[in-house]
Ligand binder design. Sequence first.
Ligand SMILES: NC(=O)c1ccc[n+]([C@@H]2O[C@H](COP(=O)([O-])OP(=O)(O)OC[C@H]3O[C@@H](n4cnc5c(N)ncnc54)[C@H](OP(=O)(O)O)[C@@H]3O)[C@@H](O)[C@H]2O)c1
Length: 333
Amino acid sequence: MGLRIGIAGVTGAVGQEALHLLEAGSLPIDEIRLFASARSAGRVFPFRHQVVRVEEIRGERLAGLDYVLLSAGSSVSRQYAPVAAKAGVVVIDNSSAFRMTDEVPLVVPEVNAKALNRHSGIIANPNCTAAILSVAVWPLHQAAVVERIVVATYQAASGAGAKALSELDAQVRQYAAGETIRRKVFPEQIAFNVFSHNTPVDESGFNEEEIKVAQEIRKIFGEPKLGVCATCIRVPVFRAHSEAIVLETRRKLSAEEAREILRHAPGVTVVDDRKANRFPTPLDAAGKREVLVGRLREDPSHPRALALFVSGDQLLKGAAWNAIQILERLAAG
Ligand SMILES: NC(=O)c1ccc[n+]([C@@H]2O[C@H](COP(=O)([O-])OP(=O)(O)OC[C@H]3O[C@@H](n4cnc5c(N)ncnc54)[C@H](OP(=O)(O)O)[C@@H]3O)[C@@H](O)[C@H]2O)c1
């Protein structure tokens, strides 16, 4: 028998990717239900020879589904995930609402798929930056024990949703037409600019994104003492986040050994051609499920540190693809 699957937030940046991945995938699906807010109710999307109408999300409409992917923000998840789970629907939640809740597994399948064995109805999908970093760093952690991670990010506009993506496009056009550049979604101009991540900064000086990255990597790795220092930055890129990472390891890891480990690591493509100066870029990573890893080099300022650069599609591995991987594993039993 086929599955009954719902996608909430289907009109958004992540929801659209989830719909396309499910359509192209091989999961047997008997019924697909699409949800968003009242603003989008009545819109239609094609899905495997059907035309499916978007419904306004309501608790009772989720009952009867096997799985629901929630991609409509934290407040929607907080309201509907417990209702769905209570009705026996397994929730895969893209928001940050439950990521740090003890009984909710926070899963990157390449790292901690085993955590899926003990869920109680809600599974959290990690923050996009944390998911991309985890895929690249976990194999090195297994080989040499990572004790500290210092990461600076270059985060795409679409990480803030469909409206933010449109804002970058609009501002580029306004600039080209010599018009005044208008800001609505981001507090700073995103076109031709770089700025600190648009989440609130707490008394420690770190913003919410940086705190999430540190907390979530510790939870995914099962390493509560792992040192993480993140600087999260928005850049005028449409799609795919990049990260400059420095790792301190317990055992010295040479660049060559790290490259070899990563060549065989799941979800990783090594792009590290020093001669041709070819390394990961967000343009190359966009649309790919794998995380691109390169610029592997030993840090001359530390006896056991390694520097690397990664690019990963945050709408795919950082969100929709990670969620579908979870769904596929759960459905396989
Ligand atoms: N973008 C990323 O790279 C990324 C990565 C990882 C995780 N996430 C998380 O995934 C979630 C979705 O992000 P996104 O980037 O796809 O956002 P988005 O493009 O802004 O889309 C938001 C979606 O949520 C729906 N929605 C908003 N308020 C709603 C409400 N009150 N009731 C029902 N539906 C509502 C919207 O529907 P309408 O069309 O009706 O407004 C739209 O479908 C967020 O929690 C985000 O933090 C995003």
